[in-house]
Design a protein around this ligand. Structure first.
Ligand code: NAP
Ligand code: MG
Length: 498
């Protein structure tokens, strides 16, 4: 079995008391790696190391060009090991090798973008203020927030680590990263790459431990300045409460139930495959998945027939096999949750058009067939709650306003799409959707240069783009007074008289 240790203060180390935990391969249901399992004391050690590296170390004082150079080293290291880490992540997470191989490639490219931002971001700029009450020069200085606790989920383990570390490091912060219990291995592989780079010791610490123990320690520690979290809305709510005690900065990337609207003039060849990609990519375990499909009454039957036909062509099986389009879900618990949602849909009157159960011929592994439910009302549980599995619900609309109204009738607002040959018309619809990202004639394409995040209960703050980078900075106003004469200092009169 592969073995992993914690990465604290630039050293790979055991957890206190030598505790370990196994990672289960979701395709085989067998343990495949053994990982040191951090508890509260290990978490405190990691936090102390990050604090010391921030307060006393060279990292935040380094030139922007030097920080960029180190981020590029890490990107190159990831690129060089991408095939190996993709296979590790597939065994750890059940994501197909097609997906994890792509994730490594994107992850390395994204790190290069963050390196570029590390170098180009204007950290000091002069601003113009009206010259009242006195003459002055004014500057904005952006600086690192400090120690960032970063807590990530199991669906895109390596990419999530990159999305968190990239902007934090680009701006000179130090980090304690806590990957999900189910998928720590690729983040610990990244720690090896980081260890081999010139990044000063203690700047990045990676600990494998539970949310309840290590996650909560991160959210309450007075030594941590910011918490960045990606995961469920339920845990996000808890994190916001815990962070309130020390008024930490909090950014949250949470759940979704994104609407995908096919307009009647859409290119159906594209819209059908795009909608299936939008929902079934990574077995539906993506927060921005297009899980509610809105189609007109007129086109409904044709679209459903074609969706079913294409779904039947998807190959489910061993995620290490490049021929597999669909792998297993992350865990037995997740599989049971998904099957429970399908049953709840049927209980409320939905029909299973395709899928709906565990696939035949795969007795091992946490697989669920890609499933399409029809006769769904937007008020049903399957249309309101995040399932986080391969379940697409199809909802009929009467006209475009009706579609937009239902699309927005959700506590979430993360992703979404509109399909139409008329891009201007689609843009008019997109503008009315209360959600952080809308794709027109595509799905899932996230760019590190464009902000990503949630409206409503899908989150707080943004990742990527200038908006995302600035989430890792404090802004300081420096006022340099230009009145060099006590008697002319207007405000002194308030205390000393004229
Ligand atoms: P989760 O249960 O919320 O867990 C996410 C992370 O939080 C894990 O590292 C988890 O640790 C940790 N955690 C759990 N309880 C905690 C607590 N009380 N305090 C601090 N940390 C805690 O989510 P998940 O089930 O892993 O992932 C699925 C969910 O994430 C979905 O709802 C999905 O929509 C959402 N998601 C959102 C985005 C986005 O960008 N908006 C991206 C991906 C996923 P353990 O692993 O030890 O439990
Ligand atoms: Mg695992």
């Amino acid at each position: 079995m592969q073995e992993y240790k914690l990465y604290i203060d630039g050293k790979f180390c055991d957890a206190e008391g030598g505790k370990t935990a196994d990672s289960i391969n979701p395709a085989t249901e067998e343990p495949w790696a053994k990982i040191a399992r951090a508890g509260r004391v290990d978490t405190q050690r990691a936090i102390a190391a990050a604090r010391k590296a921030f307060d006393e170390g060279p990292w935040r004082r380094m030139s922007q060009a030097d920080r960029a150079k180190i981020l590029n080293q890490i990107a190159a290291g990831l690129e060089a090991k991408s095939q190996e880490i993709a296979a590790i992540e597939t065994q750890d997470s059940g994501g197909t090798i097609r997906k994890t191989a792509g994730d490594m490639m994107f992850g390395a490219a994204q790190l290069k973008y963050f390196a570029e931002m590390a170098e180009k971001l204007p950290l000091m700029e002069e601003i113009q203020v009206p010259q009242f009450p006195a003459q002055s020069k004014n500057y904005l200085q952006r600086e690192a927030i400090g120690v960032c606790g970063q807590i990530i989920p199991w669906n895109f383990p390596l990419m999530m680590a990159v999305w968190k570390l990239g902007p934090a490091l680009a701006t000179g912060n130090t980090v304690v990263l806590k990957p999900a219990t189910d998928t720590p291995c690729s983040a610990l592989e990244l720690a090896k790459i980081i260890d081999a780079s010139d990044l000063p010791k203690g700047v990045v610490n990676v600990i494998h431990g539970s949310g309840a123990e290590c996650g909560e320690e991160i959210c309450t520690s007075p030594l941590i300045d910011k918490v960045a979290f990606t995961g469920s809305t339920e845990v996000g709510r808890r994190i916001q409460q815990l962070a309130a005690g020390t008024i930490k900065k909090v950014t949250l990337e949470l759940g979704g139930k994104s609407a995908n609207i096919i307009l009647d003039d859409a290119d159906l060849d594209m819209a059908i495959d795009g909608s299936l990609f939008g929902c079934f990519f990574h077995q539906g375990q993506a927060c921005e998945s297009g899980t509610r499909l809105f189609v007109s009454e007129a086109k409904h039957d044709e679209i459903v027939a074609r969706l079913v036909e294409r779904t039947k062509t998807l190959t489910i099986g061993d995620p290490l096999d490049f021929n597999s389009a669909q792998g297993p879900l992350i865990s037995a618990r997740q599989r049971e949750t998904v099957l429970g949602y399908i049953k709840s849909g049927v209980d409320e009157g939905a029909k299973v058009a395709v899928g709906g159960k565990r696939p035949e011929g795969l007795p091992k592994g946490y697989y669920v067939e890609p499933t399409i439910l029809t006769d769904v009302k937007n008020s049903m549980k399957v249309a309101q709650e995040e399932i986080f599995g391969p379940v697409l619900v199809v909802i009929k609309y009467k006209n475009i306003d009706d579609a937009i109204r239902m699309a927005n009738d959700s506590i979430y607002g993360l992703g979404g799409a509109v399909w139409s040959k008329d891009k201007e018309k689609a843009t008019v619809v997109a503008k009315q959707m209360r959600t952080g990202t809308v794709w027109i004639n595509d799905y899932h394409l996230l760019s590190v240069a464009a902000p990503f995040g949630g409206y409503k209960q899908s989150g707080i703050g943004r990742e990527f783009g200038m908006e995302g980078i600035l989430e890792y900075t404090e802004v300081k106003h420096i006022h340099v007074d230009q009145v060099d004469n006590r008697a002319a200092k207007f405000w002194y009169g308030a205390l000393f008289g004229a």
